[in-house]
Design a protein. Sequence first.
Length: 94
Amino acid sequence: MPYSNEPNANDEHPFVFHMVEVKNWRQTITTDSIYYPPTYEADGFTHGTANPAKLLSVANHFYTDIVGDWYCLQMTEQSLSLIHISEPTRQEAI
């Protein structure tokens, strides 16, 4: 299946969003390495949401103590599936 960053028009929330500190993202790009968020080792996964309305409340709850700029990565389920990443089932997410 060819890569597409086009959303699925039938989905209410067609994208997956992930907040990343600019310094961490730039280091990943500069070193041509794989990005893992600082909480990956403790959590065992990368946090993300399909509902963009939740981003601001999550940022204000968890990240107000972190100084610096942030990026918001926008991905499609298709682009993630190409690298064998899938979202957990509803049961796994609870």
